[in-house]
Design a protein. Structure first.
Length: 378
C-alpha cells in the first residue's frame, strides 16, 4: 500500500513540474537502478539473515526515508533532484524486501501450490493498488502530493508492525557458513550448471525491457494522447492493476508445472497485442480495456516465472537466485527507463508503443524456437 501512494504522488509531482517523458524515465531509473546494482550481493545476505526480520527492518527504513522526503520537500525549491535521491535510496531498501517476500513462500507451501500462493500474495496487494489508483484524483486533491507521500510512509510502518507476529521462518544457512565471496561464487556455479534456469533469466531480458517501455508512462499517455486531466492517469493505472488481479487469480489456478513453457510465451504475445492497439487508440474507454489486458498478461508472466524459480531452486540458494532474477529484470527496466523517455519525447508515445509491441512479438517468436524455453517445467 505504501509503495502505491508513493508512486502516485512522485509521478504526479515530477510530471507536473517537467511535463517530460524523459523526466519520468529518469524517475524509473532511480526506482530500479540501485535495486538492480546490488541484487546479487543482497541475495547472499538474504540467505544468511532471517527473511522475516529483513522485511520488517527494511519496511521501517522505507517508512523513515519517505517521511523524511515529505519533510524535505517543504523546504527546498528544486524538488526533482531531491525526489530522485530519495527514490534511489528507497530502491536500495526494496532490494532486500522484495526478494525476501518471495523467498518466504516456498517455506510455507509445497511446490504444487506455489502458483496459487504467489497469486494470492500479489493479488492481495493489487486490490489495494486498484483502490488507491482509482481514487488517486481524490487523494491528490484532498491530501496534496506531500500529504500522499507522508501517508505512504505511515503505511510502510504499519506493514512492518503486521509482520511482527509471523513465526516459523528460518535462515537458509548459518551466517558463519557463508561469506559474500563464497555466496556469489556458489550461485554463479549453480546457474552455470542449470541451463534452463539460466536461459529463463537471460531470455526474458528483452521482454522485461519492452514491458517497462510500455508501462512506465501512463501519465504521459493520459495527458498527450487522451488529453485528460493529469491526475486521471490513476484511472489507467487502476485498469492495469485490475488486469493484474484478474491475471493473478487466473494464473494461480491455471499455471501448472508442466505448462509453464506455454505460459511464458503466451503472456508476452498477449501484451504485445494490447500495447500495439494502444498505439492507435485515442479513446479513454478503449484504453482502459487495453490496460486491463496488458495487466493480465504481465501477472501471468510474473506468476509463471517466480513459481518456476521457487520450485526448482535449493533453499540455501533461494535468496541469491531470486535476487539475481529480480536484479536482472530491473537492469532491463533501468535501461528502458533511461532511453524510453527520450525516445517517446522524440518520436511520440504512440510510435513508442507500436515499436514496443513489435519488439515483444519478435522476441516471443524467437523464443518459440528455443526448446529449453518451450519445455520448461517443474
Amino acid at each position: 500500500m505504501g509503495a502505491v501512494f508513493f508512486q502516485v504522488a512522485v509521478v504526479w509531482l515530477v510530471f507536473t513540474v517537467t511535463r517530460s517523458a524523459f523526466a519520468i524515465g529518469l524517475l524509473f531509473v532511480a526506482q530500479t537502478a540501485p535495486n538492480a546494482s546490488f541484487g546479487l550481493v543482497v541475495g547472499t545476505y538474504l540467505d544468511k539473515w532471517n527473511k522475516r526480520g529483513t522485511i520488517i527492518y527494511t519496511y521501517v527504513a522505507r517508512s523513515a526515508l519517505i517521511i523524511l522526503l515529505a519533510l524535505s520537500l517543504l523546504n527546498v525549491a528544486s524538488q526533482i533532484a531531491v525526489i530522485l535521491a530519495f527514490v534511489a535510496a528507497l530502491s536500495f531498501a526494496s532490494s532486500f524486501s522484495h526478494p525476501a517476500r518471495h523467498a518466504i513462500i516456498p517455506e510455507i507451501v509445497g511446490s504444487d501450490e506455489l502458483p496459487f500462493a504467489n497469486a494470492l500474495l500479489e493479488s492481495t496487494g493489487d486490490v489495494t493498488q486498484l483502490l488507491i489508483y482509482g481514487t488517486s484524483i481524490v487523494t491528490l486533491v484532498v491530501l496534496g502530493a506531500l500529504g500522499t507521500i507522508l501517508l505512504s510512509g505511515l503505511t510502510f510502518l504499519l506493514a512492518a508492525v503486521t509482520m511482527v507476529p509471523m513465526t516459523g521462518i528460518t535462515n537458509a544457512v548459518e551466517p558463519r557458513q557463508l561469506s559474500l565471496r563464497s555466496g556469489m561464487k556458489e550461485v554463479a556455479t549453480y546457474l552455470s550448471r542449470t541451463p534452463t534456469t539460466r536461459n529463463v533469466i537471460i531470455a526474458f531480458l528483452p521482454i522485461d525491457f519492452f514491458f517497462t517501455v510500455a508501462t512506465a508512462f501512463p501519465i504521459v499517455y493520459a495527458s498527450v494522447v487522451l488529453h485528460i486531466v493529469d491526475q486521471s492517469f490513476g484511472l489507467l493505472l487502476a485498469a492495469l492493476t485490475l488486469g493484474q488481479i484478474i491475471g493473478y487469480l487466473a494464473a494461480g489456478r491455471v499455471v501448472k508445472g508442466k505448462s509453464i513453457g506455454r505460459s511464458l510465451l503466451f503472456s508476452p504475445l498477449l501484451f504485445a497485442v494490447a500495447i500495439g492497439l494502444l498505439s492507435i487508440n485515442t479513446s479513454l474507454a478503449f484504453a482502459l480495456g487495453l490496460f486491463v489486458v496488458a495487466g493480465l498478461s504481465i501477472s501471468v508472466y510474473d506468476i509463471t516465472v517466480m513459481s518456476f524459480f521457487q520450485a526448482t531452486t535449493p533453499k540455501r540458494l533461494m535468496g541469491r537466485v531470486l535476487s539475481t532474477y529480480i536484479a536482472t529484470s530491473l537492469v532491463a527496466g533501468s535501461i528502458a527507463g533511461a532511453v524510453a523517455g527520450s525516445i517517446a519525447d522524440m518520436i511520440g508515445l504512440p510510435t513508442t508503443y507500436l515499436v514496443s509491441g513489435l519488439g515483444i512479438t519478435a522476441v516471443a517468436v524467437l523464443l518459440l524456437s528455443q526448446r529449453r524455453i518451450r519445455e520448461a517445467s517443474f
